[in-house]
Ligand binder design. Structure first.
Ligand code: FAD
Ligand code: FES
Length: 281
């Protein structure tokens, strides 16, 4: 349950309590609510997002990158893109930012109990997979085999390097990391190849599997083609969209595709739902 009972535009105050540079241009922040009751009661679901504000600069949207099973704080990972992310990058531990949310629908992890889960992420798209991955690992007995495929352009661009090592130590979890051809270093011990090609090489079986994929549009495009050719059902493939947004909860009309409001009806969609969206998507 969200506890935002005031103006829907009024942000909660949060303090940056930790930060970690994942890559030269991606940073992960850990944020804690200033108010005790909000810290206690704020909940969200894997896949939801929030609006983060840098005071005097503006707001931007990031997925909530930690699982609700790890409560009391919020984590986000962001790539420096423009005005607000540049300003956010300048902030230090101890400084305050605002947060509105949580917004949007979520990954239906309750419905996936007993299934094998295949998480396929590219670049900063891994941020959207981190919360459902943590959720599945924190409820390990509810799920079957877990595959985590993480791709990036170069070794330096791979996010969550330390966590990947933790994740692969969990029984029944396989972690595969890949970089684009030319992006490897002499000591690289992962795969070399584009994410959809590496996925295909792993010979994944569609039976009883759910695929959750997030990354640049070109990667998603080829992943969906690959999944189709491997016999994965579109209803069992999930992704999350990153249309431009302003309000975050269905009021401003910035994010819509036809009649669908990505902020409210999404950002999580199945491949079957995406196929129904107008061609402007
Ligand atoms: C639901 C959702 C979840 C997201 N999660 C994350 C996340 O976890 N981590 C992360 O780094 N980013 C995420 N994004 C993208 C992020 O919101 C934008 O990169 C950010 O708002 C840019 O803000 P800015 O003020 O720095 O850039 P601006 O100055 O507003 O823009 C800089 C450039 O980025 C482009 N841009 C801005 N927003 C988007 C967008 N949504 N999609 C594509 N291009 C855009 C602009 O057209 C411009 O060219 C998410 C977006 C959505 C909608
Ligand atoms: S962001 Fe305002 S309606 Fe979706």
């Amino acid at each position: 349950m969200s506890t935002n009972i005031q103006s829907p535009f009024k942000p909660y105050l949060m303090r940056i309590v930790d930060m970690r540079d994942e890559t030269p241009d991606v940073r992960t922040l850990r944020l804690e609510f200033i108010e005790d009751d909000v810290r206690e009661n704020f909940t969200w679901r894997p896949g939801q997002f929030a609006e983060y504000s840098v005071f005097g600069e503006g707001e931007c949207v990031f997925t909530i990158a930690n699982s609700p099973t790890r409560k009391g704080y919020i984590e986000c990972s962001f790539r420096v893109m423009g005005k607000v992310t540049t300003a956010l990058r300048r902030l230090c531990v101890g400084q305050l930012i605002g947060l509105r949310g949580p917004y949007g629908n979520s990954f239906p992890l309750e419905n996936w109990k007993g299934c094998n889960l295949m998480f396929v992420g590219g670049g900063i798209g891994m941020a959207a997979l981190r919360s459902p991955i943590q959720f599945a690992l924190d409820n390990r007995n509810d799920y079957g085999e877990i595959l985590i495929l993480n791709g990036a352009r170069t070794v330096a661009d791979l996010v969550y390097k330390d966590e990947m090592r933790e994740w692969e130590s969990v029984p029944g979890v396989k972690v595969v990391r890949t970089v684009d051809p030319g992006g490897e270093t002499p000591d690289w011990d992962g795969e070399v190849g584009l994410v959809p090609n590496v996925f295909e090489r792993l010979n994944p079986k569609p039976d009883n599997a759910i695929v959750i994929t997030c990354g640049p549009p070109i990667m998603i495009h080829f992943m969906l083609l690959t999944l189709d050719s491997l016999g994965f059902k579109r209803e069992r493939i999930y992704t999350t969209l990153e249309n431009k947004m302003k309000c975050g909860f269905g009021k401003c009309g910035r994010c819509n595709v036809g009649k669908v409001f990505v902020c409210k009806d999404g950002p999580v969609f199945t491949a079957a739902q995406l196929a129904e969206l107008p061609r402007e998507f």
